[in-house]
Design a protein around this ligand. Structure first.
Ligand SMILES: C[S@@+](CC[C@H](N)C(=O)[O-])C[C@H]1O[C@@H](n2cnc3c(N)ncnc32)[C@H](O)[C@@H]1O
Length: 318
């Protein structure tokens, strides 16, 4: 193995996800298998580990891991929304379904895949490089208004419109096909004081995040994946999700809060007419953040936030 991905909040995932001997666990974002390996050790020879990932490189990692662990193993190469639906159609029931969202260090460090503004490479960013449109395709095709919308909605980029206009100006002369060409356009568009402002970070960070989310349809996948994951849990089973930015974390938080909510009748109703009961108990009141020690050892863990909920048995909340 050349590149490694250090699993984020790993001890917390194990503690709160609580996989035990004989359990079935679905890792929706297998990546380099860091979490999966720890889980496999916990579930032992009678457990089943199902890995999902849309990246063919992750499938290779899964094959390696499968040869080294004692449990039953199975890999589904697909977007996790589709993968979970497939497992649900088969009637699989899981004790733990885990999401560790975003990209792996393996993907970021594979320069040729174009995820990182730190290396010059073709502007690709597809987690599954065999399907769909690349970031270069989006940069070439989208109207400037739509590009600005993507940068704003998925990157919370303040200079979205200026950047979109600069891209449109440049692409009229020559296509923007590499990460370096895009970084150049972004740097030219952002006013110098904003670029130099303390704590501003790399000027291309937000646009790269936005494009990656758009290319991989990440938020729609999450909106479809969360209910599919919850549906797959047996009573007492746990859904655990690690997010890396507020767009993801907000979705996870809302989804879990919605499942944990009971009666939704107006407060002036004398008795409950909706009959709605909580389906989940939230185990992380506040999202769990990595410890300073973890961040010191793995700076990429910095923005990770873990939320976990337990599925209640019917009538358990009553
Ligand atoms: C942060 S990494 C996971 C790392 C992993 N937990 C580990 O310890 O090695 C995220 C992985 O999820 C995959 N991924 C992200 N979104 C996905 C989706 N919607 N469907 C399938 N895989 C996805 C990426 O390809 C990447 O390999």
């Amino acid at each position: 193995m050349t590149r490694t991905h250090v699993p984020v909040l790993a001890a917390e995932v194990i503690e709160l996800g609580d996989p035990g001997p004989g359990d079935t666990v679905v890792d929706c974002t297998f990546g380099a298998g860091g979490h999966a390996r720890l889980i496999a050790d916990r579930i032992g020879p009678t457990g089943t580990l199902v890995g999902i990932d849309r990246d063919p490189a992750a499938e290779d990692r899964f094959e390696e891991l499968a040869g080294e662990v004692a449990c039953e193993t199975r890999f589904v190469r697909a977007g996790y929304a589709e993968g979970l639906e497939e497992l649900s159609a088969e009637g699989l029931e899981a004790h733990l379904v885990l999401f560790d969202l975003g990209v792996s260090s393996m993907q970021l460090d594979a320069r040729e895949r174009g995820f990182s503004y730190s290396y010059d490479a073709p502007l690709d960013m597809r987690m599954d490089p065999t399907r769909g449109e690349s970031a270069a395709d989006l940069i070439a095709e989208l109207e400037p208004g739509r590009l600005a919308q993507v940068f704003r909605a998925f990157g919370e980029e303040r200079h979205a419109q200026r950047i979109a206009r600069e891209i449109a100006r440049r692409r009229a002369h020559a296509p923007i096909e590499t990460t370096a060409e895009l970084v150049e356009a972004i740097e030219a568009a952002i006013p110098a004081p904003a670029r130099r402002a303390f704590g501003a970070g790399h000027p291309a960070r937000r646009v790269f995040q936005a494009l990656r989310i758009a290319v991989n349809d990440e938020l729609d996948e999450l909106d479809r994946g969360l209910p599919a994951a919850f549906g797959l849990l047996r009573s007492g089973g746990r859904l655990a999700a690690i997010s890396f930015h507020s767009l993801e974390d907000r979705r996870v938080k809302r989804f879990l809060a919605d499942r944990a909510r009971g009666c939704v009748c107006p407060p002036d109703f004398p008795i409950c007419a909706c009959g709605r009961e909580p389906e989940a108990e939230i185990l992380t009141g506040r999202a769990v953040a990595p410890s300073p020690g973890e961040v010191a050892g793995n700076p990429r863990a910095r923005s990770g936030r873990l939320r976990v909920a337990r599925k209640l048995a019917p009538g358990e909340a009553a």
